[in-house]
Design a protein around this ligand. Sequence first.
Ligand code: GP9
Ligand code: MN
Length: 630
Amino acid sequence: MKGKMIRLTWPSKRISLMALAIIMLWLKTYITYKISFDIKIENAIQELILFINPLAFLMIVFGGSLFFKNKFKSGYILGASCLVSAILYGNVVYYREFTDFLTIPLLFQASNMGELGESIFHLLSPWDILFFLDVFVLVLLIKWKPAFVSATPYNKRKQKVYVLLVAAISFLNLGLAETERPQLLTRTFDREMLVKNIGTYNYHIYDAFLQSKSSAQRALADGTELADIENYVRANYKQENPAMFGAAKGKNVIMISMESTQNFVINETVNGQEITPFLNSFIKDSYYFNHFYHQVGQGKTSDSEFIVENSLYPLSRGAVFFTNPRNQYRATPEILNEAGYSTASLHANNKSFWNRDVMYGSLGYQRFYNIEDYTVNEENSVGWGLKDKDFFEQSIEHLKELEAKGKPFYAKFITLTNHYPFTLDEKDASIAPYDSNSKTLNQYFLTVRYMDEAIGHFIDLLKKEGLYDNSVIILYGDHYGISENHNAAMAQYLNKEEITPYDSAQLQKVPLIIHIPGHKGKVMTEVAGQVDLKPTLLHLLGIPTKDNIEFGADLFSKDRLGFTVFRDGSFITEDLTFTKDTCYSNVNGEPVEDAAACGPYEEKAKQELEFSDKIIYGDLLRFNENVKSP
Ligand code: GP9
Ligand code: MN
């Protein structure tokens, strides 16, 4: 077999263009895995899987050239090489910001692209040209060494051997992957795990398969799937706390989504200066949840909005705001409209960003104050747009408009200045940047501080307008701001030797602050997530949620289960953290002795994510009698 292979790959005593293209791309992919992606390898078998996983795919793609006459062969090989390299490079750029891989739904989010300009620019480097080095080599060879192109074509027998070889490599890859990670394709929400085991290219093919499957799901759904889900939700319902039910009845609700705000900045300093002086004082007379986790997937801010308003999980691929904006939902704004509230979202960005203009209709928002409702000019913008201080100042007029309707209002504010790449005008910076090898982390503290001041100023304005004492104010971080690409700098800041997967999971904590007029401040340490916000808020307003189909539980309930699932299947309980296939103890952050400790929760985590996916892909809430057509 070995001898044959050698004769095949070097048919005319020198390496063929096809074999060269395969080998260069294969090695390039492996080097990219090691340099550009942070794929955790635990043993030699996993390293072997990682090494061989691009090969079968590349052999299939480039094997296509065997069917071409010499005239077209080089064109095909060059074209395929460009395309595959571009896919790899696209993933590299996306990974730099999101520590994640591309999915097909992301490619359909074209309306987001325009805004991303500055962010994308920060993610590119002139050295990236090296990602296409092999393509240049091919071009030069085709031009200067045409002998490479005219290698003797494979006869039938050689073609058969080639096909067998591809099959053998594929089976070896899949077999090894199956032993390392059983049920890989059926039970995995973690893309890193997929790429690690089947390779980045096969992962894209699998993603395309998932795409076609999910598109068909709505048409095939008939509502029978809902019964299981309803039973599950009912069985897990947590009794409301009578002392808190209706505690804020009839009050306005002011909710602020704090862009990229992680919990590690709260009550902390940088260069000896407080990062969030306002929030630190505000939590003293609010309920402050310091074990509250974001649960977003690829839809980032929009996913956090989706979770908070629906108490459902976002999707594992793409953003629900783009994939299923016309579903039937039973979201907080719709429920509050019925309870006599006016509802509005305020965010000074294009209304179509994240497809909000369409999705907000399905969530029930009566009004979306978007960029057209604000005065935005060069003077008052930075980075992604209107500075937070100006945003809040100008928003007061809109709040007055809502107030004038003579009903309580539910107003959601989405801040923007603390967004990657965390740019800020010098005159707006109150503290000095941090000093580490990550410009992103260094700058982050400045924009967090700016946002903190902006919110403080807003609260003053609310007091001045007489709105403060009549409103519940909820602040939450939408998702992480510092991705795992800045682990070295994070470790330096946190005084740790390294950031382990356990630390990364714990860093997904975002602040949740609930201020209720007349209530004293209290630090709440129970493990919670964004899905819990909807039932918590509705109960505070005195609205029952027993019949809703949702996965969160009232944070004030006495019998709640400390348990929170991330979108990739990781989860946190009061004692354990499960991530990257390892069960850690929350006491010391070390893997637990008893490997089965996380087992029961693992099932629950998967179950909830699967149920939530079914609801969204099948648009199942249209079959629920409590969900009315908008
Ligand atoms: C855009 C803002 C930022 O309108 O919400 O979105 P993000 O990039 O954080 O998802
Ligand atoms: Mn965001």
